[in-house]
Design a protein around this ligand. Structure first.
Ligand code: PA5
Length: 439
């Protein structure tokens, strides 16, 4: 389903390097599949495509239908792992320009911008709205603030009926959101205990918004399940996930400490963002890690392209190459040919785009940037499900190869403590004084 092309990587590495890494890859593989590594409480995502709560899955489909029939807009409130997966899949698969009757999905709570929320409230004034708030902990500041404001808006607009329009995705027992849901009677969906935020797109966290967007979550899970089958076979020749995880680790050891995920479809911009979070939070700790960056080509060839071709030589690229995308369009002929484009007459844009991809890989190879190309037949829901699983599995393996716990994120707490202290949250008084002096 996903093929790995190493032609433009091979000038920079030697085949035996992957063979020499086999023992370490086998250990990392066992850490993931046998749940023997650090963070092993959070490996629920490994079996998720074949082992999920079917009753809840049906409820998600039913709730999604209700949302679609009763709303112009679905507000999805969440941040980080409770946000990026849904946005990545929806933007990758749904048309860029929606029809007036299509449900509009709007994300909120993924930053603290007052302009954004105030303008959103104005925009929602004459719309029918449903809201899905997503937070595993139930206490994350950004979505909690947005939800407080948006819940007030929903209650003013719909009174008691707002209960029918608010859906909560959170821990099955604990946290402020669960308590609120119990009190008010909102329908709830579960973030499983053993699945961390950035690995949660195939739980209700991602599935409810994705289903509400009209995308088949059954096919998404099928694609992931097919990739899982392939992932679980430890064979260095055939297992593309192991090869990807191995090569990126080898490149890091050789000094290529920045990996750039490259796409050629604007709809994949948020797939890059999802991937950046997955790898950034999983690997970037204990002073280690590859820095995950993302570019959208060919747009960014006219900005970041210069650096990738010619700047500091510490970069490698992982390119997403979809042979077929959602639509096809052909270049017309023109009698005058003032733009001298007649040599392209009859060619599809996809053909031109993929030719750009090939030209770029060759140029970057000449400039000293290795490329790992991941080839997929189509940009559709099944292949996206497979790609999600591919990157999740590779991320777990990569983290263990690096010697870190790929499933915690201790580093994200530091800014929160400072923000709470500076905002005067009770219990932070000492830190408030200390930080104010430093400021
Ligand atoms: O990957 C993670 O664990 C984080 O990015 C979280 O998803 C993010 O901080 C949001 O947390 P929560 O779902 O508890 O609001």
């Amino acid at each position: 389903m996903i093929r790995i092309c190493e032609n433009h990587l091979k000038p920079f590495v030697q085949e035996h390097e992957l063979e020499y890494l086999a023992t370490q890859l086998a250990l990392a593989f066992d850490n993931v599949t046998e749940k023997t590594g650090p963070g092993n409480d959070f490996l629920g995502w490994v079996d998720l495509p074949i082992n999920y709560d079917e009753e809840e899955f049906d409820r998600i489909i039913y709730a999604a239908e209700r949302i679609r029939s009763q709303s112009d807009v679905l507000l999805v409130v969440g941040i980080g792992g409770s946000y990026l997966g849904a946005r990545a899949v929806i933007e990758a698969l749904n048309p860029t320009f929606r029809k007036p009757d299509d449900l509009e999905i709007i994300f909120a709570g993924h930053q603290i911008s007052g302009d954004y929320l105030a303008e959103l409230l104005d925009y929602l004034e004459d719309k029918d709205v449903s809201l899905n708030v997503i937070s595993k902990s139930g206490t994350t500041t950004e979505p909690a603030i947005a939800f407080r404001i948006l819940r007030e808006f929903m209650e003013k607009k719909y009174g008691e009926m707002s209960t029918e329009r608010i859906f909560i995705t959170t821990d099955k027992e604990r946290g402020a959101l669960k308590e609120l849901a119990n009190q008010v009677g909102y329908e709830t969906f579960v973030v499983p205990d053993d699945v961390g935020g950035r690995y949660s797109v195939l739980t209700a966290v991602g599935l409810l918004p994705i289903a509400a967007a009209g995308i088949s979550i059954k096919e998404l899970m099928q694609g992931a399940a097919e990739q899982r089958e392939l992932a679980l076979n430890f064979d260095l020749e055939d297992n593309v996930i192991l090869r990807y995880a191995g090569w990126r680790n080898i490149l890091l050891r050789r000094g290529y400490d920045t990996e750039i995920l490259v796409n050629y479809e604007p709809g994949l911009m948020f797939f890059n963002e999802w991937w950046k979070q997955l790898y950034g939070e999983s690997e970037g700790k204990d002073g280690k890690g590859l820095f995950p960056a993302g570019v959208n080509f060919t747009s960014d060839l006219h900005s970041m392209g210069q650096f990738i071709q010619d700047g500091k030589r510490n970069l490698f690229e992982t390119v997403l190459d979809f042979k077929q995308t959602r639509k096809e369009i052909y270049i017309p002929g023109d009698e005058q040919n003032l733009d001298e484009l007649n040599y392209l007459t009859g060619k599809s844009l996809q053909e031109v785009n993929r030719t750009a991809l090939q030209g770029v890989m060759l140029a970057h190879e000449d400039g000293g940037t290795p490329t790992i190309r991941l080839e997929l037949d189509r940009l559709d829901v099944k292949h996206l499900g497979a790609l999600i699983y591919f990157f999740e599995f590779a991320c777990g393996i990569s983290g263990y190869l690096l010697g870190v716990n790929p499933f915690n994120q201790p580093g994200v707490e530091a800014y929160k403590r400072n923000m709470f202290a500076l905002l005067g949250k009770p219990g932070y008084e000492e830190l408030t004084k200390e930080l104010e002096q430093r400021l």
